[in-house]
Design a protein around this ligand. Structure first.
Ligand code: PSU
Ligand code: MN
Length: 303
């Protein structure tokens, strides 16, 4: 185990005893939602994981330590500090760690730290992907490369159509990442259950998700697995409303020349502003829904 990794006592005990553990990211806390809803949601997600029989491990970088398992005080700190916490992807780790700084972990770095700690299942809201216009900007999230190399199952609600969903699926196919629809053959688009794109496989139970991932691990095939879990119908948003907001957000980002790591947080915040509180409420519900599935799947993996 490396000297930079710090596993909380509760998470360490669960892992040692072969109990189910679910990793959670912290970019969604510091950059994905406003304070104090971000902290409330993060704590509620942890509780949901406990209620469904697993131990939550919120992952973050604090004072140059890779944390697998944050305390409620640390979650409060990350939520309150918000955008002032560096959004940390794979390329940010060396300097942040050497300087002893803080970092909010994206899907990429949450997978890296989960794998270091021995955690196999990770629940979040949405993943990064191939951005619209990537054929000229080359803006492709490091999340896709991480899914190709790190053995963690990521349970999300699909990807937002701030991305080019078709190209995102092509990229994942090239990289050999299985894209599973939970109870659906269609890729969900985060706020809505429908995207018009097909997933690779439909799987209907946590046991079958665990079996597929177990087979991948047993074969020694590198990389993770992407599970897309549609937002519950009653919390989904009308497609016209959300798509209009996304188109407007992308236009504004282009007009302002937003680039690089700022693009995703800018688009997410803009979409939230344009749709009032509605998108935030949906966002919270879909994360809770993913936490429930992740806890059950982590439990099935330990059997
Ligand atoms: N997409 C969302 N919500 C999020 C993110 C993406 O719908 O919170 C965050 C995640 O942490 C994801 C990161 O890993 O943004 C991707 O950023 P980028 O596109 O810069 O790789
Ligand atoms: Mn990017």
């Amino acid at each position: 185990m490396n000297q930079y990794l710090s596993i909380s006592p509760e998470v360490k005990k669960a892992l040692d005893e072969g109990k189910p553990v679910v990793a959670l990211e912290s970019t969604i806390i510091s950059h994905g939602m406003p304070y104090p809803q971000n902290v409330e949601t993060a704590l509620k997600v942890e509780q949901t994981i406990r209620d469904n029989g697993a131990v939550p491990a919120t992952i973050a970088i604090i004072d140059g330590k890779l944390k697998a398992g944050c305390t409620p005080d640390e979650i409060e700190y990350l939520g309150k500090k918000g955008q002032a916490v560096t959004k940390a992807s794979r390329r940010d780790l060396p300097v942040l760690i050497a300087r002893g700084e803080d970092g909010a972990t994206t899907v990429t770095t949450t997978m890296i730290i989960a794998a270091m700690a021995g955690i196999k299942v990770f629940a979040t809201g949405g993943i990064g992907g191939v951005h619209r216009g990537a054929e000229t900007t080359m803006d492709i999230s490091a999340d896709l490369e991480e899914l190709a190399m790190t053995p963690v199952m990521v349970i999300c609600a699909g990807a937002k159509s701030i991305l080019d969903l078709g190209l995102t699926l092509e990229y994942l196919e090239t990289k050999g990442v299985p894209v599973i629809g939970y109870g659906t053959e269609e890729l969900p688009a985060f706020y809505t259950r429908h995207s018009g794109f097909k997933v690779d496989y439909r799987i209907d139970t946590p046991e079958d998700l665990a079996a597929a991932f177990r087979a991948k691990l047993d074969m020694g095939l590198q990389g993770g697995m992407l599970v897309t879990n549609p937002i519950p119908e009653q919390y989904s948003m009308p497609a016209e409303v959300i798509n209009k907001a996304i188109d407007e957000a992308i236009e504004e980002a282009n007009r302002l020349g937003i680039r690089g790591k700022e693009t995703t947080p800018f688009l997410l915040a803009k979409v939230k502003d344009l749709t009032g509180g509605d998108s935030l409420a949906s966002n919270i519900q879909l994360v809770l829904n993913n936490a429930r599935l992740a806890a059950k799947t982590a439990a099935a993996l330990t059997r």
